[in-house]
Write a protein that binds this ligand. Sequence first.
Ligand code: AMP
Ligand code: DBH
Length: 536
Amino acid sequence: MTIEYTPWPDDLAARYRRKGYWQDKPLTSLLDEQLQTNSQGIAVADGSRSISYGELASYSDNLAAYLQQKGLSAGDTALIQLPNCIEYYISFFALLKLGVAPVCALFNHQQTELNSYCEILQPKLLIASSSHALFLDNQFSDRLSERFSCLTTLLLDHHKGNSELKQAYQQPMKFPPTHLDASAVAFFQLSGGSTGTPKLIPRTHNDYLYSVVASAEICQLDGETRYLCALPAPHNFPLSSPGALGVFHAGGSVVLAPDPSPTSCFSLIEHYQITHTALVPPALQLWLSHAAQAGYDLTSLKLIQVGGAKLSIKVAEQVEPILGCQLQQVFGMAEGLVNYTRHDDDIWSVINTQGKPISPDDEIKIVDKQGNNVPQGTVGRLLTRGPYTFRGYYKSPLHNADAFDDEGFYSSGDLVKQLPSGHLIVEGRDKDQINRGGEKIAAEEVENLLLGHNDIAHVAIVSMPDSTLGEKSCAFIVLQENPPTKLSALVLRKYLRQLGIADFKVPDKFQFVAALPLTAVGKVNKKALRATFEQQ
Ligand code: AMP
Ligand code: DBH
């Protein structure tokens, strides 16, 4: 059984192979290569534990063999939700080895998100952690199993002590190497989304491995690299740009932090002599303001990557003077295209641009509202296709018809301009999304949940400027006539939390209005709603 996805056209696939981007090797080859030469080297550390490449390989073999016995096989799918811990990479590689494609939920996702992923993917397996409130007891997992009869295996991990998951991966078992088709779906990435329901991004071994290997080269990773993974481990940025997988390719070590705060990270930097890390802009700002008085030695840091949301020039300028290391801007997307400022870029480009694409075969179009190319240096909508940019969301034909143009270019919804050097500058966005310090909120998803409330007639969620997060979210609410209860922000927050959505999606502000402004064609005029904040 194979997992369906939209393939690249034959001529492009042939080109990507000819140019050596696609090597027809599975993602698991990263580990196999380290096993040959570096099996004693530390692959991952979290808090007090660490495992070598040899252990990562054998633990993921054991788990793959255990799951095979449970009836999982190539072409099946799984849902993983784990915090930043060693078990995340063991589970990820075990499933890759089996040919089971997981979607890896973020740890702050709640029941709405997990239900959606199960709905779309119909997974056979769930790997989750009892350190998440949803899995403290069996209530939620029982409900999931009842609702999704596809879910036949559940493996729980506990932060402390033994667990089903730990038993499964520690029990020595032979897992004979199986052939994996490198053009098949390896796993699903999560899209930040701009529609009512979450979208999954199928990533193949070939395309993802290329982005990882090319990123590791651009970022000059080697066996001495010690990378601090402080963002959520499954996120595309710390997984692949070059992220943990890039570090594994280079034979370095990944150190996991529970979160990106200075309190969690600075002692780890000093202790493990961290050389590289990846942050979102709000976390960087915290690092900058705490570096001086924290009393930790951060001099091992060579490179801080910043991406996920636009970094202000003022903050970018402070990185070298305050943290004593190089800055790299990263503008990427789980759908594919990733841009980096380069080591040999002039300082102006590093501070002022969001970098240039990984690959000579990343094709970029910047177009106006009619879809015509704009003159160079002019702001327009970004479209892209290339050797690691997907060609379609999983099982979403209607949405795909909008998200791609006739030539298979993906429209990212970003407004950018390109300099003669190829560097892109992100100038804004043309998608119904709020970027809350790197955490993406699809406005429509939260609007739909609020519309489920009996007393709400209309709702529109838009971004409002915020000095720390860049943007926060504001819900403009029109009540039904004569609502029986008095609705307040407090009540609505509680309502959303009871439905169970990730906390960052709960609007920061609720504004009750008599009516929503409309455009000439009768759509909600979000531009006018956003403008109300500019006037304040
Ligand atoms: P996602 O589709 O959830 O992976 O989010 C990718 C989106 O994050 C991009 O399309 C941009 O809108 C935004 N983004 C990522 N990195 C940057 C950056 N360095 N500057 C500005 N926006 C960014
Ligand atoms: O925001 C992102 O999705 C992102 C940012 C930087 C990303 O996917 C990436 C690098 O790979």
